[in-house]
Design a protein around this ligand. Sequence first.
Ligand code: GRF
Length: 187
Amino acid sequence: MVNKVKACFFISGNGTNLSAIIKSSRDNSFPIYIGLIISNNVNAKGIKIAKKYGIPFKYFSHKNKVKFERDSLCEMRKRKIKLLCLAGFMKILSSNFIRCFNNKIINIHPSLLPKFKGLNTYKRALKNNEKFSGCSVHYVTSKLDSGKIIKKRRVEIKQNDTEASLKDKILCEEHKIFSQSIISIFQ
Ligand code: GRF
C-alpha cells in the first residue's frame, strides 16, 4: 500500500474521466485518492458520481471567477489537497490561482497538443484533414493548454469519422491515459 496523495478534481460536465480515476484509485498501489470534487456547474453529472461514491464535493458558481477561485483554494487548503486534476473543467484558471498550486495542476485535453489548443478540437481536426488526433495530459500553466506534456495518446481518424465518433474514440483513450499520467508523475 502506497502513501496516497490527496487530490481534488475540478469538473464541469459528465465526469467520465473522474469515474475512470475513481476506479483506478481503488487499487492500493494507485498514488492518489480523491478527497474533494469541485464543480462550477450545479447540473454536472459528475456531482452524482461524487454522491454515489461518498466523495466530498462542492459546487461553486463561476459567475464571479475571483470568488470561485478563492472559495476553491480555501476548501482545498482546508482539506490539505496536494494535487489538482482538471477533468472536463471548462474554465480558464487565473495565473494567480495557478501560482498558488505551482506544478501541481494537471489537465486532460482532447487533442494532440500543441495542436488544437482551446475548444472545438474534434471539428478542427476533421476540417484540417488530420490523419490522427488524440488526447494529452499536461501540467497547467497560465498559458492555455501549453504546460509540459505528461502523456499523449493517438487515435486514427477514419474517412467516415464525425465529430461525435471522434469524440467517443478519444474519450476512450482519455480514460486510460489520465490514470497512466497520474501514475507516471509519482514515479
Ligand atoms: C473531455 O474530452 C476532456 O478532455 C475535456 O472535456 C471532456 C469532458 O470529459 N477537457 P468528462 O466526461 O467530463 O470527463
